[in-house]
Every structure is written in C-alpha cells, then in structure tokens.
Ligand binder design. Structure first.
Ligand SMILES: [Zn+2]
Length: 385
C-alpha cells in the first residue's frame, strides 16, 4: 500500500466548515481519513499549520513556463504541468486557441498520450481533457484569438475536431453565429461542456442557448458585451440568469477586483470559478515573448500585444486564489472557486475538488500566499516546506 499522512494541517473543508488543525491520510491515491489519525511508520509530513486545500483545478490554461499547448507537444505539456504543480494546480484542462487542423491534431495527440501516463511519476498536474476556446466564435469578439482559423459551424466541422480518447471536452463558443444553437445542442448531447465566450449574443439568443443546454460563461466580462442598464448584454444576462455559472480571470487586471467581489456577492460563490487563462509566458517574469505568432510584451504582470490588447494572463491559480482571498472571500470560498466549482462544472466533483474521504488525494498546502506542498494521487510532487 502507498500511504502518506499529512499532520498539523489547517483543514479547509467544503461548504464553509473549517476543520481546524488535524491530520489527513492518503492511501493508494485517495483520501482515506481526515482527523483521528495516529501516524505510524509510513511516510508522514508535518505541515506546521499550513492550510491544506483540495488541489487547484484550472479549466482554462494555454500553457506556462515557456510551453504552449497548441505548439509545444508532449514535452511542452510536461514542462507546463510541472510548473502548474509547483503552483498548487493538481489538474488542468489544456486549452487550445483556433489553429490549423494539423496543429490541432498534433496538440490533441500529445494530450491523449499524456493522459495515459501517471502524473505523479512525472511530477506534473493531471491532464483532464481538452478545452477548445473559439474556432466557433464571434470574429468581432476575437480578442487574442486568430480569426483566420475560425470555422463556420456544421456537423462535419465539429466532428472534424480531434479529441483525446477519454476525459472532459469543453468548448467556448459564440451562440449567435450561424447554427450556433445547433452547435450547443450537438455539444451537450455529445457530453461536451458548452460555454459562451468571445460573444456578442443578445439575451434572447443566450436564452435559446440555455434551453439547448449551455450553462456556463467563459472569462466573465472579457471578450463579451458588457452591461448597459437598458440592454442586458452577455455580462448582464450572466448576472441576471439564475443557475448560470461563470469563470473569471482573477489577475486583478482583466476584471477590477471590486467588480469581481461585487459579482461574487451578487451571484454567490457557488457560481464563480477562478481560471488563469495563462499563456506560455506565465512564470517567466517581465519581457518580450512570441505567442501564437505575435509579439507579446509582459510588464508588471500584464501581457499585451502591440495594439495594447490584453492577451491572456501570466498568473497561476495560486495567484487567483490569493487575489480573491485578499479581496474579501474566506479561505473556504476561495477554495471552492478554485477547486470544487471547476470540478462540478466538469462533472468530476464526486471524485475530486474537496477534502473528503474517498476523493482523490490531490492536495495543496498553502502558507502566506505560497504553495508549500503539492500532492497528486497521494504522492508528493512539490515540497517547499
Ligand atoms: Zn484563453
């Protein structure tokens, strides 16, 4: 049996319950016990009252540490995954920007290959599947996406997108494009998670998309129509529609922290998911980088292209967690937004996303803004204690 006991852990439990300081024991990759544990002679680690959180889950990430999901293949995914693990991310959904069919195929083949390997052995965050951002989006809301690769929707165009042999399938799309509602229906009936983003859809179109099964909005406020008090816009619809969830790039630049706090209060923590939307330059500091064929400058933690358009972020989920915590959310709320809520959206919350017995032992220990330990499948992949 493969066992690990973490002692003296400040437990951050789901649903607002603080667990106090206790021990957590993992056996064969799952959480076997919380509290009431007598550490025996197997491996045990004293967390010194660091917080113990369920590992962060990033549903929107284009890469990090110099590696890009579209361009850098298996080695790039491993490089990015190693960086993410150090940042407390235990699982992520590699996110593809619109590209040629050949590049999509190469990237998805690498994702598929990596999903067959043991992330703990490689010391990397778990790969959960694939997120197609765009390809069926609104050209007028393309942001940093290359519209020359956008496709018109048809059943064949959708069927032509390569997929890994297992795992989650997510797509960010604009429901107002020709055939957009059919697209949502096709996605939902084939087990995809459909999210509206890079969109100027009216409330009427969004209601139709809702009826077709769309339940989520991608990077709320960014690359979508904002709120006007006489016209709902996409953001207004997202605020007004009961039951819809949204994710937010919580880097303090894409959405003003005060607005993020306000919409979180308005819609409830349970409907908010933190994402990084990080690009390959994440983790490399300030400088000039080449991303998706364009020069991107990173200065003071903001990535912009030559026209000054913000082009993804350079944060990690740890930074997003820190931001919402410093912004007034409790540890429990910040943790739900970073772990349980993304797991729920992806439909994997029975297995992961919170500190509960029988869930996967994907864990992150946090102290004073830093990740001090990352455990994936019950194995330590990062230790800075
Ligand atoms: Zn993105």
């Amino acid at each position: 049996m493969n066992a690990l006991t973490l002692t003296n852990a400040g437990l951050v439990m789901p649903f607002g319950g603080s667990g106090g300081y206790a021990s957590v024991r993992a056996e064969d990759g799952v959480i076997a016990a919380i509290g009431g544990i007598v550490a025996t002679d197997e491996e045990f680690i004293d967390l010194g009252e660091s917080l113990l959180l369920p590992g962060f889950i990033d549903i929107h990430c284009h890469g990090a540490a110099g590696a890009d999901v579209n361009e850098d293949g298996l080695d790039g995914l491993i490089e990015a995954g190693r960086h993410l693990a150090r940042e407390g991310v235990t699982a992520w959904v590699p996110t593809l920007v619109p590209d040629s069919h050949d590049n999509y195929s190469r990237a998805v083949k690498a994702i598929d290959e990596l999903m067959r390997r043991d992330p703990a052995d490689l010391g990397i965050a778990r790969v959960l599947g694939v997120h197609y951002e765009g390809v069926f989006a609104n050209e007028n809301r393309c942001g940093a996406l290359r519209k020359e690769y956008f496709l018109e929707y048809s059943k064949d165009a959708l069927a032509g997108l390569p997929l890994p042999s297992k795992g989650v399938k997510m797509m960010t799309l604009a429901p107002e494009i020709e055939g957009g509602i059919d697209l949502v229906e096709a996605l939902v009936s084939n087990g995809w998670i459909a999210a509206a983003g890079h969109t100027s859809a009216t409330a009427e179109v969004l209601d139709k998309a809702w009826n077709a099964g769309l339940r989520h909005l991608t990077h709320f406020f960014n690359a979508m129509d904002g709120i006007h008090h006489r016209s709902l816009g996409v953001a207004g619809w997202g605020l007004a529609k009961d039951g819809v969830t949204f994710d937010v790039i919580a880097d303090g630049h894409h959405v003003h922290p005060s607005l993020l706090a306000a919409v979180t209060r308005a819609r409830g923590t349970e409907n908010v998911i933190l994402i990084s939307d990080s690009i390959s330059a994440a983790g490399l500091g300030d400088g000039e980088f080449e991303v998706w064929g364009k020069k991107i400058g990173v200065s003071g933690g903001v990535a912009t292209d030559r026209n000054g358009t913000i082009s993804g972020s350079v944060i990690s989920m740890k930074d997003a967690f820190n931001l919402v915590f410093s912004n007034g959310s409790s540890f429990e709320e910040a943790s739900a937004m970073a772990s349980l809520n993304p797991a729920s959206l992806l439909g994997i919350d029975r297995e992961t996303g919170s500190l509960e017995v029988n869930k996967t032992a994907d864990l992150t220990a946090w102290r004073e803004g830093e990740v001090v330990l990352t455990v994936i499948g019950g194995k330590i992949v990062h230790n800075a204690l």
